[in-house]
Design a protein. Structure first.
Length: 251
């Protein structure tokens, strides 16, 4: 059961990260940074075995990290993850880092594929964002961050379905920011404009990964530092959208 707002305000701050995948990836880097900054950090994903491995590895580093298995496309699972986080402290920072991508030309994109990417990116972002914004507002404020992509701003072949979903997620972030910023909730959308130097891109998009070279890929720890900077911003100068890209990325 979640603690009441008054009980939670007296507790230690908690970060909640939805979307934690490979060891070398942004989700793990975010969890590591938040925990290193002193926040009890709850990591959420669907893959129970992999999530357990990441929890064990982070705890072995001396970090206060807990895992919770949930599907971000299911309302009940999302609410349960928030209840779990709030049981352990005061909710302060939520990140929606769930992302799924498939490369396919328009004529090879089925309605099922299009809907699947929409559910995993846009619908899940709405469910997590709505839950986070409401709970943080009830607590007097906090930070809600969304992981975007180049495709959030520009749609091109072969990423029609992915771009549609990411553009919708960006709209979710904008609407939540306009509604909940006056209630003390800092909502920001981060455009990752480039290839992340992690296992996901290396495995699923090897040609893109190799083409960028070691100096042309975003380091997960560097991205995590930017997310932490957003969380620490003073409310008189909040950033809503932040672009992150390697120094040699063409844009």
């Amino acid at each position: 059961m979640a603690k009441t707002p008054s009980e939670a305000n007296d507790a230690a701050p908690v970060a909640l990260v939805f979307g934690v995948g490979p060891r070398r990836g942004l989700g793990v880097a975010l969890a590591r940074r938040f925990a290193a900054e002193g926040l009890k950090t709850v990591i959420v994903a669907r893959d129970e075995k992999r999530l357990a491995r990441q929890e064990a590895a982070l705890r072995a580093e001396g970090l206060d990290v807990l895992a919770f298995v949930a599907d971000a496309t299911e309302t009940g699972g999302v609410a349960s993850a928030f209840d779990f986080a709030q049981y352990h402290g005061r909710l302060a920072l939520v990140v929606f880092n769930v992302g799924a991508n498939r490369a396919a030309p328009a004529l090879e994109t089925s309605p099922a594929d299009f809907e699947a990417l929409w559910r995993q990116n846009a619908l899940a972002g709405f469910l997590v964002g709505r839950e986070a914004a409401g709970r943080l507002a009830a607590l007097g404020g906090g930070t809600l961050l969304f992981t975007g992509a180049t495709a959030s701003l520009r749609a091109r072949n072969p990423f029609l379905a992915f771009a549609s979903a990411k553009a919708a997620l960006r709209a979710v972030a904008q609407a939540l920011a306009r509604e909940f910023a006056p209630k003390g909730v800092h909502v920001a959308h981060v455009v990752i404009d480039g290839v992340i130097d992690g296992d996901y891109a290396r495995t699923n998009f090897p040609d893109f990964y190799k083409a960028r070279g070691a100096g042309g890929r975003l380091k997960p720890d560097a991205i995590a530092a930017a997310y932490w900077g957003l969380h620490e911003q003073e409310r008189s100068a909040w950033t809503h959208e932040l672009d992150l890209r390697p120094f040699n990325e063409v844009f």
